[in-house]
Design a protein around this ligand. Structure first.
Ligand SMILES: [Zn+2]
Ligand SMILES: [Zn+2]
Length: 224
């Protein structure tokens, strides 16, 4: 098995372990919550730098603590996590939203439970560590869809992409590498991936060129 498929297997294992622990907590602490809403089916991308990093995460799943006092629910949550081998920390927030946040970590997984003093709603969040699941890919530019040899009679190669057909800025990826964000939307094609002038054809009909466009083709000026 390659390192990459091992990484995927490891991430899936962590995702399943995270889900199992969340289900156990929710079932014990706030029974009756709709567990179908606990989305942990596919890892999402959290870092767009190459190689992309993926993790499973659940955000703000809601349960109701009914008439269980907040302090008692916090105590139960901490006991349950500690028994299951999680490292537990507790943060109290005062002010307008008086609440206690219980954070558990285990094997790189993180679970957070927010228990408000003045609301019956308990929020559960959790995520696995972020892992690379693909090798760094080196981009290969596509072959042009039209060349000087294959251009249709009565047409010229597109002045913008020179026959490439794909967006000449991003090469058809729809994005460009970015130091800060990892990736940014391509400013030329706006993720449409094809050349914005020829729309992917790689060539333009001479009869439909505007006077401005004809300026790109000195060979067409003869006879004007
Ligand atoms: Zn583009
Ligand atoms: Zn073009």
């Amino acid at each position: 098995m390659s390192d990459i498929s091992q990484a995927r297997a490891e991430l899936d294992r962590l995702g399943e372990s995270l889900r199992a622990q969340l289900v156990e907590l929710i079932t014990e602490l706030t029974p009756g919550a709709d567990l179908d809403l606990l989305f942990l089916d596919e890892p999402g991308i959290v870092d767009w730098h190459e190689p992309l990093k993926y993790r499973y995460s659940a955000d703000s799943f809601r349960g109701e603590r009914a008439d269980v006092p907040a302090a008692e629910l916090v105590r139960r949550a901490e006991a349950q996590l500690t028994t299951a081998g999680w490292q537990v920390t507790e943060t109290r927030e005062t002010g307008a939203t008086e609440r206690t946040v219980v954070t558990g970590t285990r094997d790189g997984n993180t679970i957070e439970i927010q228990v408000g003093e003045h609301t019956p709603t308990v929020y559960y969040s959790g995520h696995t560590p972020a892992m690379a699941l693909q090798a760094v890919s080196t981009f290969e530019w596509p072959d042009p869809v039209k060349t000087a040899e294959t251009v249709t009679p009565g047409h010229v190669l597109c002045y913008e992409c020179d026959g490439l057909g794909w967006c000449p800025e991003c090469g058809g990826r729809g994005w460009l590498p970015d130091a800060a964000k990892g990736r940014v939307k391509c400013p030329e094609c706006h993720q449409e991936r094809v050349c914005p002038i020829c729309r992917g054809a790689g060539e333009l009909a001479i009869s439909q060129l505007s006077p401005y466009q004809r300026g790109y083709y000195p060979q067409l000026r003869e006879g004007e």
